[in-house]
Design a protein around this ligand. Structure first.
Ligand SMILES: *Cc1c(COP(=O)(O)O)cnc(C)c1O
Length: 222
């Protein structure tokens, strides 16, 4: 296994190059997705000054948050069952998978702090993927107006597994378009300034298209 610090350097260079290609200057936060690695490797990521960590299962999140005392930002990136909300919601800083009203209601009931949420959008319309359709997204956001424990900081998507760069790019581009529509609504509880998109295989395209949070597992800690 390569040293995380070396992987990180390469990724940072590629992010910078992607921004130069697209003339973009957004701040890009790297989330180290630690779902496939143990606590020791997660600690190595923290030592490499990665302070945004991502998990996609309650068990993994709880194991890591119990073992790790440093103040890091925990991101929950997997789909979250309503009945699991109470186990995880007060351990995390960001939820990337808000995709239904019943989940929002349960968060409202259980959260002891304001949770920064990304609404997950299934831009590509693949049946296997979670998330709202683009058309459902704005009505869903409007339905959250009474919630006091959720702040919608952005939108999240996953691109299809594909070698078709244009297809991947169009998914990211459409998410950005939708995000700008949401920003224009000026909903006080949904500033929606962030875009969570890009993984090990497609983060450079995502950054070119405006990602502000990339979620990287294999290429960074794997
Ligand atoms: C696993 C996972 C990632 C990271 O995937 P890699 O290909 O290992 O970088 C990113 N986002 C989500 C939602 C994931 O489940």
């Amino acid at each position: 296994m390569a040293k995380i610090i070396e992987n990180l350097k390469q990724i940072q260079i590629k992010i910078k190059q992607a921004q130069e290609r697209s003339n973009a200057q957004q701040q890009v936060h790297i989330i180290a997705v630690t779902k496939e690695v143990d606590v020791a490797r997660t600690n190595e990521a923290i030592e490499a000054s990665l302070l945004h960590l991502g998990e996609n299962r309650p068990e993994g999140l709880l194991t890591k948050t119990e073992a790790i005392e440093q103040p890091v930002n925990w991101h929950y990136i997997g789909s979250l069952q309503t009945r699991k909300v109470k186990q995880v919601i007060n351990k995390i800083d960001y939820l990337h998978s808000l995709d239904r009203f019943s989940l929002a209601e349960e968060i409202e009931k259980r959260a002891e702090h304001v949770v920064k949420c990304f609404v997950q959008v299934n831009v590509s319309g693949e049946e296997s993927k979670h998330g709202l359709t683009a058309e459902e997204t704005i009505p869903f956001l409007r339905s959250l107006s009474e919630m006091t424990k959720l702040e919608v900081v952005g939108l999240m998507t996953m691109a299809p597994h594909s070698d078709d760069e244009q297809l991947i790019r169009s998914v990211f581009r459409n998410l950005k378009k939708l995000q700008q529509e949401v920003v224009a609504l000026k909903l006080p509880y949904a500033p929606c300034t962030e875009l969570s998109m890009g993984m090990s295989n497609d983060y450079e395209i995502a950054v070119e298209e405006g990602a502000t949070f990339v979620r990287i597992g294999t290429a960074l800690v794997g």
